[in-house]
Design a protein around this ligand. Structure first.
Ligand code: FES
Length: 530
């Protein structure tokens, strides 16, 4: 990759988002008919669209914002057979045969990405690198050995133990080497897929917000503007499904994850993907400069439940501390950003038929920190399902599956979710409203009502209901992303209440007049149309 860092970023902005210009697309302003309607313009959506287009289907992609503006622009794009849930854990949840299918499907996804890039001549900085999993001091002894044996049982005979990962700045101790993983620039790859789709008659509409998804014989999608897209099949690839009220959201949990990209002397950090075994774990990759004197070291981690950390800045500080300890030659932070990961209770994505729905509605979700690879598997699997081709992974990834062996995690995550309803009885007093700093937000209690108050840099207050329109939890302020985040299932809204991420599909409501009167503020309250 060639990059010139003119200015260090302090806002949340990924390296990819800053350096790749995505093609502009129209907004949907008419009714349409298509074979397959895909909701979500990230990697899951565009891979599925690409594969179905190759099968001769007409496809139409609807994206709420811009192509790649969701998690594909925020990933660190590790395409891997080394999963972030251990193979020995997958054996517990899905049996040895399930772990074997997981390995097989991840390997197939890597091959598919290579094939697409070669066939379509996509320039996306693809590199083959080895991946190294090393044990953190806190991890139980034997974790690497257990994983080595489980990886071999899963059919990954190429995985081997090395005395240390090839990092000069610190000794990782023994590490598992997963040969020939992939790294690439996710937005360049996505851009290539989008251009290929458009060239071959596929349709992409951006800034097109989907409100309703209906399956069955007369399946259709309805947008916020009231346009209808009729389709034989609908695929919802929106990180977490916006068309599923409950079934999926009790089986996965939303986590925020943090990334920093620092300049390091060129060649100082050996090319590779690196992960430790902490929980949450650190993940590392290196982006080389073709011309400059510095490479970019990309380090992620410090995950926490979405909406359950009121000091996200400290996550960046801890990540930086860890990075500087391990890589003392790292220079300034060039970029920093955060993203959202959906953690399924049993370690694997939910890819296929949407539970409790008509059988022509599909979802891609539950990326489990391996979003790029899982999304590619999702595209392959769902394309087969739509084309009526038997796929051996269908059962393993079925969104309807219930893994009884994951019951403990399921109960823990749902108890955590239920506990969030306690936020209804907390919150600052309205009198403290004036204390909000410009550019920040806070939740206030007004009798039985919860109010999300954001103060612009100019000091103008914008007051919204703090009640998440999905299932009624109280949102909390995210000072890093300047967003309102729901602690129950991860819905997110911008500082003015506009929905950014599902499962909610509607915005935070404007505060009703009587509440405003109670405030007796002289300040102007913004009521712009969202
Ligand atoms: Fe479910 Fe907010 S995301 S209640």
């Amino acid at each position: 990759m060639d990059f010139e860092i003119e200015q260090m970023q302090t806002e949340s902005l990924s390296l990819w988002m800053d350096t790749v210009e995505m093609p502009g697309n129209p907004t949907l302003t008419e009714n349409l008919k298509t074979d397959v309607c895909i909701v979500g313009g990230g990697l899951g959506g565009l891979t599925t669209a690409y594969l179905l287009m190759k099968e001769g289907k007409s496809v139409c992609v609807l994206e709420d914002s811009e192509i790649g503006s969701g998690q594909t622009g925020r990933t660190t794009a590790h395409f891997v057979t080394a999963l972030d849930d251990r193979y020995f854990d997958l054996e517990k949840y899905h049996g040895e045969s399930g772990a074997r299918l997981a390995a097989e499907s991840h390997r197939a996804a890597l091959e598919e990405v290579e094939n697409i890039i070669a066939k379509e001549k996509i320039e996306c900085d693809l590199e083959y690198v080895d991946g190294f999993l090393f044990a953190a001091a806190e991890s139980p002894p034997g974790v690497l050995n257990d994983e080595l044996l489980a990886a071999h049982r899963a059919g990954l005979s190429e995985v081997n133990m090395v005395s240390r990962a090839p990092l000069e700045s610190f000794n990782t101790g023994p590490a598992l080497c997963f040969p020939r993983q992939l790294q690439l620039n996710p937005l360049k790859y996505l851009k290539g897929l989008a251009e290929c789709l458009l060239k071959n008659g596929g349709k992409i509409y951006t800034n097109t917000h989907v409100l309703e998804v209906h399956g069955g014989k007369d399946a259709f999608v309805k947008t916020k503007n009231g346009n209808i897209v009729k389709a034989q099949s609908i695929v919802v690839a929106t990180n977490t499904p916006i068309n599923n009220l409950f079934a999926i959201h009790t089986k996965q949990a939303a986590y925020r994850t943090y990334v920093i990209a620092l300049l390091v002397p060129r060649g100082h950090v050996a090319k590779g993907l690196y992960w430790d075994t902490l929980d949450p774990y650190h993940y590392v990759r290196v982006e080389s400069s073709k011309s400059g004197t510095d490479d970019i070291l990309i380090v992620g981690g410090e995950d926490h439940k979405t909406g359950q950390n009121n000091k996200p800045e400290e996550s960046f500080s801890r990540l930086e501390k860890w990075t500087r300890e391990k890589f003392p030659l790292a220079k300034k932070i060039a970029y920093r950003w955060s993203g959202q990961v959906m953690e399924p209770v049993d370690g694997l994505g939910f890819l296929g038929h949407n539970p409790m729905d008509r059988n022509n509605v599909y979802v891609i979700t539950g990326d489990s920190g391996n979003g790029m690879t899982h999304c590619t598997i999702g595209g392959l699997l769902i394309a087969d399902q739509i084309m009526d081709i038997k796929n051996p992974w269908e059962r393993l990834y079925s969104p309807s599956r219930i893994s009884l062996r994951a019951t403990g995690t399921y109960l823990r995550e749902n108890a955590n979710m239920a506990a969030q309803f306690g936020d209804w009885f907390t919150g600052k007093q309205l009198e403290e409203l004036e204390d909000i700093s410009p550019g920040e937000g806070a939740v206030f209690r007004n009798g039985l009502k919860q109010v999300a108050a954001y103060k612009s840099k100019e000091g103008i207050l914008d007051l919204r209901s703090a009640v998440c329109p999905h299932l009624g939890c109280v949102v909390s302020w995210n000072s890093v992303e300047k967003s309102w985040d729901c602690p129950c299932h991860g819905s997110r809204f911008n500082c003015h209440g506009k929905v950014l991420e599902g499962p909610a599909v509607t915005d935070l409501k404007k505060v009703a007049e009587p509440v405003l009167n109670n405030l007796s503020l002289e300040r102007k309250v913004v009521y712009e149309n969202l």
